[in-house]
Design a protein around this ligand. Structure first.
Ligand code: MN3
Length: 208
C-alpha cells in the first residue's frame, strides 16, 4: 500500500494555547509528511508493500537491515494516532468508566497514572514517546517509554495513549521545558474518548 498523510481532525489553531498553530502546521505538514514520503520510498522493493502498516512496521522492526524503514513506519503509525489523541477542550480527569477501572486495577489512582506518564515522558533520553499500553499476553495496562520512532506494537503491546516527546512537538511553544509541555498536554488536550475506543477494541491482532 502507498501510505498517505491523513488530514488533521481539527484546524491548526484548534489546540491553542497548549499547542500552537505554528507547531501543528510544522509537525503535521513537514514532519509527519516526511515520514510518509520516506516510508514509501524505503518500502519499495522490500516485499512489504502489500502488508498493512502495522504488519510492515513489525516486520521491519525484526529485520536488522530495515531499522531506517521501521523508524519511518513507526513514526507514521504514531502520528496517525497522535492527532487523534488530542482534541480541543480535552484533558480533564473524566475517563470512560471501564478504562478508569482498568487503570485503577493495573496502575493505581489517576494521579499515580498521571505521575508515571510525566516521569517516563520527561525521563525518556533524547527523542521518543511515552505510552499507556496494554500487554497482549497479560492484558495488563502499563506506562512505558520508547526511543525514536519505536512504539509498543513490536513488543506485543497495544498503544492506548501516546505523547510525542520529540523536541519538534514542543520546542516552539515550551522551548526546552518538556515537563511543562507534558503536563499541559495531559491536562488540557488528551482525547479520552479516543483512548476509551482503543481500549474497547482490545489488543491489536497482527497476522504472523
Ligand atoms: Mn512528532
Amino acid at each position: 500500500m502507498t501510505f498517505e498523510l491523513p488530514e488533521l481532525p481539527y484546524a491548526y489553531d484548534a489546540l491553542d494555547p497548549y499547542m500552537s498553530a505554528e507547531t501543528l502546521e510544522f509537525h503535521h505538514d513537514k514532519h509527519h509528511k516526511a515520514y510518509v514520503d520516506k516510508g514509501n520510498e524505503l518500502i519499495a522493493g522490500t516485499g512489504l508493500e502489500g502488508a498493512s502498516l502495522e504488519e510492515a512496521m513489525v516486520s521491519a522492526f525484526k529485520d536488522p537491515n530495515r531499522g531506517g524503514l521501521f523508524n519511518q513506519l513507526g513514526q507514521h503509525y504514531n502520528h496517525i494516532h497522535f492527532w487523534n489523541w488530542m482534541k480541543p477542550n480535552g484533558g480533564g480527569t473524566s475517563l470512560p468508566g471501564s478504562l478508569e477501572a482498568k487503570i485503577k486495577e493495573d496502575i493505581g489512582s489517576f494521579d499515580d497514572f498521571r505521575g508515571q506518564f510525566m516521569t517516563k515522558g520527561a525521563g525518556q533520553f533524547g527523542s521518543g514517546w511515552v505510552w499507556l499500553a496494554q500487554d497482549g499476553a497479560s492484558g495488563k495496562l502499563e506506562v512505558i517509554s520508547t526511543p525514536n520512532g519505536e512504539n509498543p506494537v513490536p513488543y506485543g503491546k497495544t498503544p492506548l495513549l501516546g505523547c510525542d516527546v520529540w523536541e519538534h512537538s514542543y520546542y516552539i511553544d515550551y522551548r526546552n521545558a518538556r515537563p511543562k509541555y507534558l503536563e499541559a498536554w495531559f491536562d488540557n488536550l488528551v482525547n479520552w474518548e479516543y483512548v476509551g475506543e482503543l481500549f474497547e477494541k482490545g489488543p491489536l491482532k497482527l497476522a504472523a
